[in-house]
Write a protein that binds this ligand. Structure first.
Ligand SMILES: C[S@@+](CC[C@H](N)C(=O)[O-])C[C@H]1O[C@@H](n2cnc3c(N)ncnc32)[C@H](O)[C@@H]1O
Length: 340
C-alpha cells in the first residue's frame, strides 16, 4: 500500500513538474553571480540582483542579461519583485580574520539588517546566506546566534553549517558559513551527506599562460630558496608571517590579497580564468573586466557547488511541504486550459 502511495506521489510530481512555475530567487550582494550560476544550474529563475560595485555589475549584466541595482540601502522593498528564495553573500570584512572581527558593531556588518528588512517585507519561503567561516566563531558564536535568532523571530526554521569547497570537488580550501532558513519548518535540513572527489589541480590550470603572470626572477629565486614542494603542479601559499607551504589545492582566494601570495609552483600567479575555475565558475562565464578587477571579483565570489548544495536543500524542503505547494499554486495559478 505504502508502495502504491509512493508511486502515486511520483506520478503526480511527474505530471505537475512541467506545469509548476519555476521558483524565483533574488541575488543580494550579487558580485559576479556565484549564486546566480548555482540557482540556474538547479532550474531556478533569478529575478533581481544588486551590488554596489560598478565593475561587478558590468560583469553580471554581461553574463546573465540581468541589470543589478546598486546600494542595497537605497533600494525600497516594494521595488524588489516577489520571490520564493532570497540568496545573499553579504559583505564579509567585518567577520573575516583579515578584518578586525568587530562583527555587527562594524557598519558593514549592519548590512545584514538590510536583509532582515527585505525578508520582513517580502517573506520569501527560503533563504540562503553565505559568509566567511569566522562568522560562526566571532564573539564566541554570538554574531551567528544573533543572525539566526532574528530569522527565527520572523518565523523561520533555521540551520547552519561550515562547508568547505574542497568537499565539493573544487581544489580550493575555502570554508564558509552557510545559513539556511525556510518558512515551512524542517526537522533535519537536508545538507549533503557525501563529499565530491576533488578535481585535480592540473585539470584547471591553463596550458600556456601569458608571460605577464610569471613573477620576477628575484621573487622566484627567493621562494625556491625558502621552500621545496613535494608535488607538482602545486599552489604555493605564503602566509602573513612569510611562511610558505604548498598543496595540490589552493588556499582560499582573497579579494584584497597581495599579488604573489599564491603562486603556481612558486613561479607564476593564477590567471583570471584559473581563479574563476577555482570557484566553480564555468568557462562559459565571460571575463569582461581587467585582471585586477577580476582577481578581486573572484576572491569575493561564492564557490558555486557549495551554495548549489544549500539551495538544493532549501528547494527540497519547499517541495516537501504541502503548504508550500498550495501557497505556490495560490500565488501563481495554473493558466486556464493548461489541464484538460
Ligand atoms: C562577498 S561579496 C558577494 C559575492 C557574490 N556572492 C559572488 O558570488 O560574486 C559581497 C558583495 O557585496 C557588495 N556590497 C557591499 N556593500 C554593498 C551595498 N551597500 N549594497 C550592495 N552591495 C554591496 C560588494 O560589492 C561585494 O560584491
Amino acid at each position: 500500500m505504502t508502495l502504491l502511495y509512493g508511486r502515486f506521489d511520483e506520478m503526480v510530481d511527474a505530471v505537475l513538474a512541467p506545469l509548476t512555475p519555476r521558483l524565483r530567487c533574488i541575488d543580494l550582494f550579487s558580485g559576479i553571480g556565484g549564486f546566480h550560476i548555482a540557482a540556474t544550474n538547479l532550474g531556478l529563475d533569478v529575478v533581481f540582483a544588486c551590488d554596489i560595485d560598478a565593475d561587478a555589475r558590468i560583469a553580471y549584466q554581461h553574463n546573465f542579461g540581468l541589470v543589478p541595482m546598486g546600494d542595497i540601502v537605497s533600494i525600497k522593498a516594494e521595488d524588489i519583485p516577489d520571490h520564493d528564495i532570497l540568496l545573499a553573500g553579504f559583505p564579509c570584512q567585518p567577520f573575516s580574520i583579515i578584518g578586525r572581527q568587530q562583527g555587527l558593531a562594524d557598519p558593514r556588518g549592519t548590512l545584514f539588517l538590510e536583509i532582515i528588512r527585505i525578508v520582513q517585507a517580502k517573506r520569501p519561503r527560503g533563504i540562503v546566506l553565505e559568509n566567511v567561516k569566522q562568522l560562526s566563531t566571532v564573539r564566541h558564536g554570538g554574531v551567528l546566534r544573533d543572525i539566526m535568532g532574528q530569522l527565527r523571530e520572523l518565523g523561520y526554521s533555521v540551520d547552519y553549517r561550515v562547508l568547505n569547497a574542497l568537499d565539493f570537488g573544487l581544489p580550493q580550501k575555502r570554508e564558509r558559513t552557510i545559513v539556511v532558513a525556510t518558512l515551512p519548518a524542517f526537522k533535519d535540513f537536508p545538507w549533503p551527506s557525501e563529499t565530491v572527489p576533488m578535481t585535480p589541480l592540473a585539470d584547471l590550470l591553463e596550458q600556456n599562460p601569458d608571460r605577464k603572470y610569471f613573477v620576477s626572477e628575484t621573487i622566484r629565486a627567493k621562494r625556491h630558496a625558502a621552500h621545496t614542494a613535494n608535488v607538482t603542479p602545486a599552489i604555493w601559499h605564503e602566509n602573513k608571517a612569510g611562511h610558505i607551504s604548498s598543496h595540490q589545492w589552493s588556499c582560499a582566494l582573497r579579494a584584497g590579497a597581495s599579488h604573489n601570495y599564491l603562486l603556481v609552483d612558486g613561479e607564476r600567479r593564477l590567471t583570471p580564468r584559473e581563479l574563476l575555475r577555482l570557484q566553480g565558475f564555468p568557462d562559459s562565464f565571460e571575463i569582461v573586466c581587467n585582471d585586477s578587477q577580476t582577481r578581486k571579483q573572484a576572491g569575493n565570489a561564492v564557490p558555486v557547488p557549495v551554495v548549489e548544495a544549500a539551495i538544493k536543500g532549501v528547494v527540497d524542503v519547499l517541495g516537501q511541504s504541502k503548504i508550500a505547494r498550495r501557497s505556490l499554486a495560490e500565488k501563481r495559478p495554473i493558466p486556464a486550459g493548461a489541464i484538460s
